[in-house]
Design a protein around this ligand. Structure first.
Ligand code: MG
Length: 392
């Protein structure tokens, strides 16, 4: 049988609406999405075609965290063409995480999606991607995001609806202030005034208290702090956390070195503030052993291979009674919008990545009253703002 695009969309939508009510109740969405789109996919003979392009993000400010400083972040943008639709994805590659534009492209050259159809084979195609090579989590995330964009576009629906989430039920995003001189810290703090309801301060440098005092001289908003493993002594870390609590800090991210789990567990137990894992956790298989060590986990698409696994991590962590937050790298609105689809109902959010760059090339999720709100476009909810030349 031949269907026009419109007829197919309508037919899929009827299946989809019936199933999405169930999805909202169980949160077991991807498999339901898979079943509701299988009819359309069986009728299509199209192949998914993957292409990509390297791109360098220009940071608005030199960014310093405990141990590193930089002005640009390399990314690789990807596109999957399928049956007249385009799915977009992105790998963001901060240098300290080990992946490069060259390693991502080398990985993408090994990816052959021709045997899969989008949506129906989501579980299978994600497992296939993961099996191509160890690591390469950002490269895998780029393809995962593009697959989700495509699957949502086939449904004509944004993913937050597929997940059964309320897109406005989201935590305020933090705006990140890196380790810097008092003058720059004050300037960045003023930049955030009126736009954000919570700031995230990078600590773990030589003079954390000075940074906090500089910010406090400008604003009294709640603050999160991220030590990026920078505190080496548990008692000093605990003393600092008690001091921070007095200064209106509401949470602490990765206080100590990532493998020092025994000390972190004791610190968390004694800490008056919730303590979140970032560098200590990458993927779904790490979640269970974080219980009892940290209060919560920071889920980032680039660490965990994308939306498919991020959703599972969120579900598992919450079922274990842990808090969850969504984080990001410096990324365009492509990857930020993907993350924005799945974080409603989380405890904290750090989704300022696209707001820190001067050359975003996508429209997507936007900052509204201090929150990152996904658009209502289908898929991950993005549109390129400029002609992007993808190739292989
Ligand atoms: Mg962090």
């Amino acid at each position: 049988m031949n269907f026009t695009n419109n007829e197919r969309m309508k037919q899929n939508r009827r299946h989809f609406l019936k199933l999405s009510a169930m999805a909202a109740a169980t949160l077991a969405v991807p498999s339901l999405l898979a079943s509701c789109t299988s009819k359309r996919n069986r009728q299509s003979n199209a192949n998914m075609k993957l292409s990509w392009t390297p791109y360098d993000l220009q940071l608005n400010h030199t960014f310093t965290i405990s141990g590193f400083s930089r002005n640009t972040t390399p990314v690789v943008l990807v596109k999957i063409d399928y049956d007249g639709l385009e799915g977009y994805g992105e790998a963001s590659l901060p240098p300290y995480l080990g992946e490069t534009q060259a390693s991502v492209i080398e990985f993408l050259k090994k990816v052959d999606l021709s045997a899969f159809t989008p949506s129906r084979d989501m579980e299978e195609v994600i497992a296939y991607l993961d099996g191509i090579a160890e690591g390469n989590t950002a490269a895998k995330a780029a393809v995962d995001i593009a697959l989700h964009d495509l699957a949502g576009k086939i449904e004509g629906t944004p993913w937050y609806k597929i997940y059964g989430l309320d897109k406005y039920n989201v935590p305020d995003t933090t705006f990140t202030i890196g380790i810097d001189t008092d003058e720059v810290v004050r300037e960045k703090t003023r930049e955030a005034l009126g736009r954000f309801n919570i700031l995230k301060v990078k600590v773990g440098g030589s003079d954390d208290k000075r940074m906090i005092e500089a910010i406090r001289s400008e604003i009294d908003l709640p603050l999160a702090v991220d030590a990026n493993q920078g505190w080496k002594d548990r008692q000093q870390a605990l003393d600092m956390i008690f001091w921070l609590k007095e200064k209106g800090i509401v949470m602490v991210e990765q206080p100590m070195p990532k493998h020092d789990l025994d000390n972190i567990a004791r610190l968390t137990e004694e800490s008056p503030l919730p303590v979140f894992a970032d560098e200590s956790i990458q993927r779904l298989s790490d979640v269970e052993r974080m219980k009892g060590v940290f209060s919560g986990i920071n889920i980032k698409l680039m660490k965990c291979t994308g939306m498919h696994e991020a959703w599972k991590m969120r579900q598992l962590a919450q079922s274990l009674g842990m808090k969850v937050m969504i984080g990001c790298m410096t990324e365009t609105s492509c990857a930020i919008s993907a993350a924005s689809q799945l974080y409603a109902g989380m405890d904290f959010a750090d989704l300022d990545g696209a707001l820190l760059i001067g050359n975003d090339c996508f429209d997507g999720a936007t900052l509204e009253n201090g929150k990152i709100i996904p658009s209502d476009l289908p898929g991950i909810g993005v549109k390129p703002t400029t002609e992007i030349s993808f190739g292989r």
